[in-house]
Design a protein around this ligand. Structure first.
Ligand code: ZN
Length: 305
């Protein structure tokens, strides 16, 4: 399989429209590469033509696809993109679904929890259905599902413990379950290419590393949550009141050693927030990441597995 990082930034992108933090300012000045919002494409290239699957559809999806020749339509109105798999129902991971409305239809792989938010919370699926047919494929946890003859995925739960923004039916606003879909609000995906034996794990939202360990067993590549370096980074920079943990992300200052110890040959940070000092040239935090043997993903980076 081929994996392409379409967008390596967390929500807001780099630069973010309303921000002049050091990272956003450096991006506007051309000192660091701009970044679009988080998404990858997983491509099975064994068939006659490429068969592509997006994991998350960011608000920048149009720009990301334009920048990815392998994902251009082979003929008029025929895109190699067959479906979108969702890790959660966050706006920066799902707003792009609406931008795909010109297609003959959109197939979305989503857990029951994400589908519920997209219907009863943001309403994105309901809106999309007014434009084109939408097929929702239920994502089960721990069940290997085939995308093509060679390419499969297994979704695994990554509980955040955070209060849901959109409490859906049967779910209390404090995040407790009253019979509603509690599991599967945030998941990661383990992709397996049966032809090559390659295994790639994608987990852009990780609150706790424990559930990630088993999913990474035997993996060749891990693309993982690099949202914040310091847990209190947004507070420190005066950008917000929430810590990384409040937002459902374990900060690199806490996760880096464990990520380096997972036994995965390549660990690449994605979903990097514009506040993260690792984006700044020469920052001490970036050197710490490099020393740990962990890479910082950029838009357009491609991997084969
Ligand atoms: Zn910023």
């Amino acid at each position: 399989m081929k994996v392409r990082v379409l967008g390596s930034s967390a929500g807001g992108g780099l630069p973010q429209w309303n921000c002049s933090c050091a990272g956003c300012t450096a991006a506007r000045a051309g000192e660091v590469e701009p970044r679009t919002q988080s998404s990858i494409a997983v491509v099975d290239e064994s068939a006659a033509g490429p068969r592509a699957f997006l994991v998350n559809a960011s608000p920048d999806v149009r720009q990301q696809l334009t920048a990815s020749p392998a994902l251009h339509p082979g003929s008029t109105r025929r895109s190699p993109i067959e479906a979108v798999l969702l890790t959660d129902a966050e706006i920066d991971h799902t707003l792009g679904l609406l931008i795909l409305r010109e297609g003959a239809g959109v197939t979305v792989h989503a857990t029951a929890a994400s589908e519920a938010v997209l219907r009863e919370g943001t309403g994105f699926l309901t809106t999309l259905e007014a434009y084109c047919p939408v097929t929702v494929v239920p994502v089960g946890l721990g069940v290997e599902a085939a995308l093509t003859d060679d390419l499969t995925y297994t979704a695994f739960d990554l509980p955040t413990g955070k209060t849901p923004r959109f409490p859906v039916r049967g779910e209390r606003s404090d995040g407790g379950s009253a019979g509603g879909p509690e599991e599967g609000r945030v998941v990661g995906y383990r992709f397996h290419d049966r032809r090559t034996g390659g295994v790639v794990v994608y987990a852009p939202g990780v609150a706790d590393l424990a559930p990630l360990r088993a999913a990474c067993d035997g993996a060749d590549l891990l693309l993982v949550d690099g949202t914040c370096f310091h847990d209190d980074e947004l507070v420190r920079l005066g950008l917000g009141r929430k810590t990384a943990a409040d937002m459902g992300h374990v900060a690199l200052e806490r996760s880096l050693d464990a990520l380096a110890d997972l036994g995965v040959p390549r660990v690449v940070l994605v979903h990097v927030n514009n506040s993260n000092p690792i984006l700044l040239p020469g920052a001490a935090e970036g050197l710490v990441v490099g020393k740990a043997g962990v890479e910082i993903g950029t838009d357009g980076t491609e991997f084969s597995a």
